[in-house]
Design a protein around this ligand. Structure first.
Ligand code: NAD
Length: 498
């Protein structure tokens, strides 16, 4: 049992951030743990209804009374670029804070998550330099203009699996289009976003970005139910998303919902075998296996099934599970004890249901109290197995064989989810047929996880409502206004002059 060190000494108390000042919430104190050691490392002060109300008032004031929403595009671009710079200037500290709460591998946080977080600000800075309105000329002499105006005050609710990368997409998009925002991170992973909001408070005018902390059904639901909120941008589980949307519906608050997945990773015998094998391993095991877009159902054509599964298992056994601070680590700890126990319960369930456990399925003894588990794969009895239907959200793959394109399509689409699909084949008609048949918002062909920020990202079915990405964000974070006027005075009907 090796000694694991905390990546950084965190603040003793994590507070909210309202109107560019730290604020002490009025709610309970919640413990925050480091997943690698299971130690309590800090305390989060929960925000109650009055605290959420203060945050909404601060954002509303900034929106209504200050010049943020009317700020010139050039100035907003400059500010967004400064937000990007502050992330890169504080990369090491932010990365260590992200690691401390999530257990994600420090190398991946620095190399991917923080690069993406910084780029989100640059992306929207570039995007708003080119936004355009519409203009319609009418032969009867009318001119109609369509303006896009900021939507107002936005509630941003983020999950724990990639706090900085995911929340910065929401922050950058909402402020780029002239809105003011209130962010509620996951109560499990508050450190990095609290630090980021404090850094951004030196750049953004007061009230433009506020932070509230606490549990979803407490702080989160007060935010969603608040009548001063004009939009909710939510990323999280499908069950939570449904209840958030029902609550928001009472006020007719529009929602963008990025929800769960159970994506099919479909491997044909016509694929580049080695790339498909690498891709299948990345698809399920990266980000400690905790990602919405994981290729968690691996469908392999029968002809190559046995060999593919055997090599996948061999590679899985070689994966280095361990200290998230070490460069050689490939999978770190699971984000919480409860989540690890839930993932492992699917291994027991699979055995009871008649699926075959191929590898893993147990807690790993890297650290007595840390939340480490063995990467796991099962051979599913069929796609109806619970391990194929429920989002497990961990390093846990299910294998299913198929014989034809039609059968692969039927299995892939037989789920309540529809976030992404992966297709591995070098046969163009197969690629096109499969891409068009997938009931998912994204299809990745011969590549794992290629996210183009200009393109829409989001899910079909229970994987989401609306999309994130360039134009999709412009639509969500703005209101359209139609202004019509005559180009020269028109002859009007004269009521009451007959
Ligand atoms: P979760 O749904 O438990 O929580 C997400 C956020 O919602 C947290 O901040 C939580 O505190 C808050 N919340 C919970 N109940 C709430 C309520 N009643 N009202 C308001 N807010 C509430 O999800 P999680 O466990 O943090 O994250 C994992 C889930 O997120 C997985 O299902 C995963 O697929 C999904 N996810 C989706 C995407 C995507 O882009 N589609 C990206 C990442 C994660």
């Amino acid at each position: 049992m090796s000694l694991l060190l905390n990546p950084i000494e965190p603040p003793k108390l994590i507070k909210s951030w309202i109107n560019n000042d730290a604020a002490h919430g009025s709610g309970r104190e919640l413990p925050v743990f480091y997943p690698a050691t299971g130690e309590q490392v800090s305390i989060l002060v929960e925000d109650g209804p009055e605290d959420v109300n203060k945050a909404v008032i601060s954002a509303r004031k900034a929106f209504d009374n200050t010049s943020w929403s009317k700020q010139s595009i050039e100035k907003r671009i400059e500010i967004l670029e400064s937000c990007r710079k502050v992330i890169l200037d504080n990369l090491d500290e932010l990365a260590r804070l992200e690691c401390l709460a999530t257990g994600l591998i420090l190398r991946e946080i620095k190399g991917f998550h923080l690069q993406r977080a910084a780029y989100n600000f640059r992306f929207f800075a570039q995007y708003i330099s080119q936004t355009h309105g519409e203009r319609f000329d009418n032969t009867e002499g009318y001119l109609t203009l369509v303006n896009r105006e900021p939507a107002g005050v936005i509630g941003l609710i983020a999950p724990w699996n990639a706090p900085l990368a995911l929340a910065t997409m929401k922050i950058a998009a909402s402020i780029a289009f002239g809105n003011c925002a209130i962010l509620k991170p996951s109560e499990q992973t508050p450190f990095s976003l609290a630090k980021l909001v404090s850094l951004l408070s030196n750049i953004l005018p007061p009230g433009v970005l506020n932070l509230v902390n606490g549990r979803g059904p407490v702080t989160g639901s007060h935010l969603v139910a608040h009548p001063g909120i004009d939009r909710i941008s939510f990323t999280g589980g499908t069950v939570t998303g449904r209840s958030v949307m029902m609550e928001a519906g009472k006020q007719l608050t529009p929602c963008s919902m990025e929800l769960g997945g159970k994506s099919a990773n479909i491997i044909f015998s016509s694929a580049d075998y080695q790339r498909a094998l690498d891709g299948a391993l990345i698809g399920i095991y990266s980000n400690n296996g905790q990602q919405c877009l994981a290729g968690s159902r691996i469908l392999v054509e029968e002809k190559i099934f046995d060999q593919f599964v055997a090599e996948f298992i061999e590679r899985t056994k070689q994966i280095v599970v361990g200290d998230p601070l070490k460069d050689e680590t490939e999978i770190g700890p699971i984000a919480s004890k409860r989540h690890m126990e839930r993932i492992l319960s699917f291994a027991d369930l699979a055995v009871k249901d008649g699926d075959k456990l191929l590898v893993g399925g147990h807690k790993s003894d890297i650290h007595e109290k840390g939340y480490f588990m063995e990467p796991t794969a099962v051979l599913a009895k069929s796609n109806k197995s619970r391990v194929c239907q429920e989002e497990i959200f961990g390093p846990f793959a299910s294998f299913i064989p198929f014989r034809s394109e039609d059968e692969a399509i039927e299995i892939a689409n037989d789920t309540e989810f529809g976030l992404v699909s992966y297709i591995w084949s070098d046969h163009m008609p197969t690629i096109m047929n499969m891409s068009e048949a997938m009931r998912s918002g994204v299809v990745w062909v011969n590549t794992p996880m290629m996210r183009e920020l200009r393109a829409p990202f989001g899910g079909f079915k229970n994987s989401g409502v609306a999309r994130e990405g360039g134009y999709s964000c412009e639509q969500f974070y703005t209101e359209e206004k139609t202004i019509s006027l005559p180009k020269s005075p028109l002859n009007l009907i004269k009521f009451g002059s007959r």
